[in-house]
Design a protein around this ligand. Structure first.
Ligand code: ME8
Length: 719
């Protein structure tokens, strides 16, 4: 990581700042753990390191999430931001600063940045009419109803006065910059995507919004709030002190900017590799040295994300196997930069093979034997035989190779070769069997062999432990004590990795007491983790459902339009017969209701039936309304059901729909649909459903949701 003359004595690295619309999951932990491992290694090498993380708290997405939860955006942000920070602390992550974009220090400095860009002539006023993806907080090209090309969700039409940033002025400069700095974007696949995006032409970018107010007011024109991505990206400089009048802040900014590494998920590379450098160029600031995009953690075949409902929490793994196991697994299992599957089975398998039976068992054998045969004191190794020379040479190669591979963020390769040294040390121990005295070996020879073998193996363990420290810091600290090396945290402060060399474990060193490192995971470990996740998901669904019910009751916006007759939630009398739209004649596919149950046979068969007429008054009894999906998520142990929260304009409500096998929940968010609004509420899986979605029913029962090509206001009645 020395591209463009990185100062070797300083290193500034950042994670993305995470949206506070939902609690942290393993995907967020993945990027943060990788940064933590890098930061730990840098510090232990004597590099002055600054590791920044934080939370992204403004924007329409957060405003809506807060509304659904029935609290103010600030209260909502406080709660979720606290959960991120609490989790990072629980996992022992060593961030130096945690920035929240709602903090005054950030707000003022973003306003300074905005004013600077405007003063330099890079920001002008205009208006934007087009599509916006609230989930990605991104402007999207396309007609009304267009699908966001990044996340596949429906976009919303925006028509508002905006400030624009002259992004188009940076097209050529950016291409030149990528060309001159081939290491700026990694991995190569992301670099190619970024370059081809810029080559495709850059349009000016709207950098303010006026249709909501949860954001940083534009200085001097406060009906605008700063576009959330300009606000968020600026965290990397505001946290250091950009825009502050305090000399200490200014000093820190001078010291650490430009960043050596922005570590991000690949889905936000356009923001970091195109918009961010352009903002910085416009402000006259140096550009970061590297943006590295990690791949996605997949679970159940899809990107792990809250809206897909396929998340695993880091807490679960930490509780059952420990934080080190989680760190080791994530960084060893998946080549960094590529997508990779997370599974409890693979986790437990690797834990047992590499940590319990591999490293943990090796340490325990050696430390126990030093206690048993040498009273817990490191013996003198004596003269080397070929076997010791070979192991020492391997350790030397590991020390030389590990750092460069690790610093390239190739964690899995670095760990793979380090664990080859674990296996070699294990093999060396087994081959020399210091616990077994053959009858033809004298006592003195046997004692010499024991001393040589155990001293050599213990020294190899010390080297392995030092190198593994950034990835498994808790285990490394325990082993350090067992080898009589004292506190690893102190060693780390004293740059111990910088002068790591064979021979550091001196004869006569008093070993610490043996203590278990990675107890073998039994068969039930997978089940325990699965159960913890199920329980958590169930309580999250219930909490969300309660919160949205409360929000719907409490919301001042709950004003039914005069002609609306929303379903009575409490006094559900006899359920009216379900409307049989499916029985209307239809040429190919019949419209039906995407209810929780499978589509009734008569509903689909009706396409060929004789027409059965109804009176206009009968139709008028059915209150059909335009609604927008705000939340869509799977329900644990209900394969067919999705839980939706929909906005009718005059109220929000929960609907359970049997479309889980046909629609990815995350792709439904933002979509405008038609619902039967006056269907009596009913309970399924302990949750109340208040209405039904309308959908065409294709052969085999697959539903296709009804929608609109033109813009329609929420709550509009269909008649
Ligand atoms: O995008 N696999 O925040 P966010 C791997 N606020 N990494 C994952 C992941 C997964 N399944 N899920 C999340 C934002 N991540 C903006 C960023 S920065 C100025 C603003 C990680 O809460 C990954 O690092 O959606 C990804 O980029 C980040 O979380 C997205 O977090």
């Amino acid at each position: 990581m020395t591209d463009r003359g990185s100062a070797p004595s300083r290193f500034y690295l950042t994670t993305p700042i995470y949206y506070v619309n939902a609690r942290p999951h393993l995907g967020h932990a993945y990027s943060t753990i990788a940064c933590d491992a890098l930061a730990r290694r840098k510090r232990a090498m004597g590099v002055e390191t600054w590791f920044l993380t934080g939370t992204d708290e403004h924007g329409q997405k957060i405003e809506r999430s807060a509304k659904l939860a029935g609290c103010s955006p600030q209260e909502f942000a406080d709660k979720i931001s606290g959960e991120f920070r609490g989790l990072w602390d629980r996992l022992g992550l060593t961030y130096d600063d945690f920035i929240r974009t709602t903090e005054p220090r950030h707000v003022h400095r973003v306003q300074r940045l905005f004013a600077t860009l405007r003063d330099k002539g890079y920001i002008y006023k205009g208006s934007y009419t087009g599509q916006y993806c609230v989930s990605d907080e991104a402007y999207v090209d396309g007609p009304p109803g267009a699908i966001c090309p990044d996340c596949g969700r429906a976009t919303e039409t925006v028509n508002e006065e905006n400030y624009f940033f002259k992004l188009s002025a940076f097209e050529r400069k950016l291409l030149e910059f990528y060309d001159e700095n081939p290491g700026f974007v990694e991995p190569e696949s992301t670099r190619r995507e970024v370059i081809s995006f810029v080559r495709g032409g850059l349009k000016d970018l709207s950098v303010s919004r006026t249709t909501f107010d949860w954001g940083i007011p534009v200085p001097g024109d406060e009906k605008h709030v700063v576009y959330v991505w300009l606000d968020a990206l600026a965290n990397y400089i505001t946290a250091l002190g950009y825009g502050s009048d305090d000399p200490q802040d200014q000093e820190k900014f001078r010291k650490f900017w430009p960043a050596d590494l922005h570590l991000i998920g690949k889905e936000i590379s356009r923001f970091h590799c195109v918009y961010w450098p352009a903002f910085l160029m416009a402000a006259g600031l140096p550009l970061p040295r590297k943006v590295f995009a990690n791949g996605w953690l997949l679970f159940d075949q899809g990107k792990m994300s809250k809206s897909r409902g396929n998340i695993v929490r880091a807490e679960t793994v930490a509780e059952v196997l420990g934080a080190d196991a989680l760190r080791y697994f994530l960084l060893r299992e998946i080549p960094f930069g590529q997508d990779g599957n997370f599974s409890f089975d693979a986790l437990v398998q690797r834990y047992n093979a590499d940590l319990a039976n591999g490293y943990g068992n090796l340490v325990s054998r050696v430390v126990n034997m030093v206690h048993k045969y040498f009273g817990g004191v490191m013996p003198e190794a004596g003269a080397e035989t070929q076997a010791e020379t070979a192991l020492r040479a391997s350790a030397g190669r590991a020390m030389a190779a590990f750092g460069p591979v690790f610093d390239q963020l190739n964690f899995s390769e670095a760990l793979k070769s380090l664990w080859a040294l674990v296996a070699e040390t294990d093999g060396y121990l087994t081959a020399n069997a210091p616990w077994k005295k053959p009858p033809d070996r004298s006592e003195a020879d046997h004692a010499a062999l024991q001393a040589r073998v155990l001293a050599t193996a213990a020294e190899a363990i010390r080297i392995i432990t030092a190198l593994a420290y950034p990835i498994a810091p808790d285990a490394a600290a325990k082993v350090w004590r067992q080898l009589g090396q004292g506190e690893l945290a102190d060693a780390a402060k004293n740059n111990f990795l910088n002068h790591l060399a064979w021979g550091g474990l001196k004869p006569g060193t008093k070993f610490g007491e043996p203590a278990p490192l990675f107890p073998r995971a039994e068969k039930d470990a997978v089940e325990r983790m699965q159960k913890l996740e199920e329980e958590n998901q169930r309580s999250a669904v219930e909490a969300a459902s309660n919160a949205s019910a409360q929000a719907a009751m409490a919301s001042p916006e709950v004003k039914a339009p005069t002609e609306a007759k929303p379903a009575q939630k409490t006094a559900a009398a006899a359920e009216p017969p379900a409307p049989k739209f499916a029985e209307a004649p239809a040429p190919k596919a019949a419209a039906t209701v995407a209810a929780a149950e499978p589509v009734p046979a008569e509903a689909t068969a009706a396409a060929s039936a004789e027409p059965q007429y109804i009176a206009i008054d009968d139709l008028a009894k059915v209150d059909l309304r335009v609604a927008q999906i705000l939340v869509a998520e799977r329900i644990p142990k209900a394969d067919k059901l999705l839980r939706l929260e929909v906005d009718l304009g005059y109220e929000k409500r929960q609907i359970l729909a049997g479309i889980a096998q046909y629609y990815e929940p995350e792709k439904l968010i933002g979509r405008k649909i038609v619902i039967v609004a006056n269907l009596a509420p009913r309970k399924m899986r302990g949750l109340e459903s208040n209405g039904m979605l309308l959908a065409a029913s294709l052969e085999g029962g697959a539903p296709v949701l009804a929608g609109f090509l033109e813009e329609v206001p929420l709550g509009a009645r269909l008649k």
